[in-house]
Design a protein around this ligand. Sequence first.
Ligand code: TIU
Length: 226
Amino acid sequence: MITIPARPYPYDLDPVHTALVVIDMQRDFIEPGGFGDSLGNDVARLEAIIPTVAGLIATFRSQGWPVIHTREAHRPDLSDCPPSKIARGNPSLHIGETGAMGRLLVTGEPGNQIVAALAPIDGEIVIDKPGKGMFWATGLHERLKSMGITHLVFAGVTTEVCVQTSMREANDRGYECLLVEDATESYFVAFKAATIDMIVAQGGIVGWVAPLAALQAALIPETAHV
Ligand code: TIU
């Protein structure tokens, strides 16, 4: 085990059973003209974490540990998108309608791609998920079990929506979950802070939280061996 200083208490990372999950770092949420923008959000906040997420991904790649990327994505015929989700929020453009980066939240469209700086490489798993959580209708739990994964490190956007939902789903399925707090962001400063508070409260009711530097510092002895 590699012990990482974390809140609410140190997180024991199992190096042969850990995967990184990067949630929805796609243009639809991070760039103007996408889904996040259509809901009235200031998307600039999210772009700022790209270097930290890149550093986290590089750390996992350097260890040879699995990296999983998710995208919030629907089939072109929207058969996997409930009408309630399409209607929700009175957006300027609805899911499936065409914006500056193609059809919003539709698989294969330019806006649905992961931002270039964080692009998956060969061998990494990319999950298209129709929900906010990463397990709903994806088969991911079965894939993780077949890989022997028991520990999940989380990054991505947005903290209180798809990241928190995925982390809670993972917690219920028995995974030991760590959120890298400077590798996640919300459109709302207060919601990110509240989500982190909720995760670590009550002795880590949902999991653990630590900054990237704490994870990297804990790995230095490991790195020296490879
Ligand atoms: N709107 C918002 O904050 N988030 C989402 O709709 N999806 C994700 O968090 N990926």
